[in-house]
Write a protein that binds this ligand. Structure first.
Ligand SMILES: [Zn+2]
Length: 387
């Protein structure tokens, strides 16, 4: 999972004493609302249960040229997933939750269909391994969505149901990479590139996006171009040579995916019941915490480069099972089979209080226990840097 890109978190946060409407939530947890029939699709942010409070609003964003077979807003997937990690979070903190934007006690999910000309492939095009900048998908999504979703007290958790290359998620990391929109990229592909020019039937040479940025591995290898099976026998900087002529024409933008054992992001299931905790649940919590500035560089177990900034190494008591771990070992939060309830999950939220939650014995620039995004709002609550 890709996160946050630039380093160095400055010390000091803006505090917002007395500025927060600390009204309690309507119910104890989002899972309490799951038994009701799912609400109809909403295309606007509905009236808030906690107006003016710092809160996380969920967006379900679909590119103009894609109609999902199973829309994640109306089929309940997003609500179940958020309810599951909301309950896990409360179990880890001993009570406090992240404050999500609810309407009538139900998680408020806004459906956004991106307008042309931001078609799916055009938007994903240029999404590279580079950590930041105008070509990075999460940054581009935020630039497109921010004019419409710009309430200063809201973080917007984006479920992007379009293409993405090399990443299933991303987040800003304040203060150097400021943003309000962590993203979960449901349509992420690995070992993939895409055509940069139309390829006619009979072609054996393909023009593809930079293979330095989207590496496919050494030839020869089997791959799929759209729905056509191909065999690649030579790889250039931005060209591929096929063993046999294409049977059909393929338009620029068509994804080409090498045979790989790395599953697509979409192969990860959403929580089926609002309790089971797997990839998207822990990814959602992980990317939200990045957006708050976690893990701060003063964390005892802060992971040095080449791990991306904002992560923990496995040196703490939670090892690889901390929510913010990233490294070469498997992430301990992902269990097979997945935990079916918070009480049985191996995943931990800084249980040793050494890094980012209720930290003792050291000074950290960001402590989740003091976040304005917690419900109930802590005394002396602190907003993320730059908010
Ligand atoms: Zn991360």
């Amino acid at each position: 999972m890709r996160a946050c890109l630039l380093a160095a978190i400055l010390v000091g946060c803006s505090s917002t004493p007395g500025a927060i409407d600390a009204r309690p939530r309507i119910d104890a947890g989002l899972d309490a609302a799951l038994d009701a029939a799912p609400p109809a699709r909403a295309t606007e942010d509905l009236p808030d249960d906690a107006p003016g409070a710092y809160q996380i609003h969920v967006l379900y964003v679909v590119p103009a040229d894609r109609t999902p077979a199973a829309p994640l807003d109306t089929d309940g997937s997003i609500r179940r997933s958020v309810a599951a990690f909301d309950a896990w979070f409360a179990a880890q903190t001993g009570g406090p939750r992240l404050r999500f934007d609810t309407a009538g006690g139900v998680l408020d999910v806004t459906y956004v269909k991106l307008d042309p000309p931001y078609a799916e492939r055009a938007l994903a095009e240029g999404t590279v391994g580079a950590p930041a900048g105008p070509d990075y998908l999460r940054d581009r999504l935020e630039a497109l969505l921010a004019p419409r979703f710009a309430e200063p007290h809201k973080m917007y958790l984006v479920y992007w149901d379009g293409l993405s290359f090399r990443h299933c998620g991303g987040a800003p990391l304040p203060p150097l990479l400021h943003g309000h929109m962590p993203s979960l990229q449901v349509g992420g592909l690995f070992a993939s590139s895409f055509l940069t020019a139309d390829a006619g039937a009979g072609a054996t040479q393909l023009a593809v996006y930079s293979l330095a940025n989207l590496p496919l591995g050494a030839a020869p290898f089997d791959a799929t171009l759209g729905s056509e099976a191909v065999r690649v026998i030579a790889v250039g900087a931005d060209t591929l040579t096929l063993a046999a002529p294409l049977a059909a024409a393929h338009p620029a933008g068509e994804p080409l995916q090498a045979a790989t054992t790395i599953p697509d992001c979409r192969a990860n299931a959403f929580s089926p019941d609002g309790h089971t905790l797997a990839y998207w649940e822990f990814s959602g919590a992980h990317e939200i915490l990045h957006t708050l500035g976690i893990a701060p560089p003063e964390a005892a177990d802060y992971a040095p480069p080449p791990v991306a900034p904002g992560h923990l190494a496995a040196t703490g008591p939670d090892g690889t099972a901390d929510l913010m771990y990233q490294g070469t070992a498997n992430w301990g939060c992902l269990e097979f089979p997945p935990a079916t309830a918070p009480a049985t999950s191996a995943c931990r939220l800084d249980s040793g209080h050494r890094n980012y939650f209720a930290v003792t014995g050291r000074t950290v620039s960001v402590d989740l226990a003091a976040s304005v995004f917690l419900e109930p709002t802590p005394a002396g609550a602190v907003a993320p840097l730059g908010w």
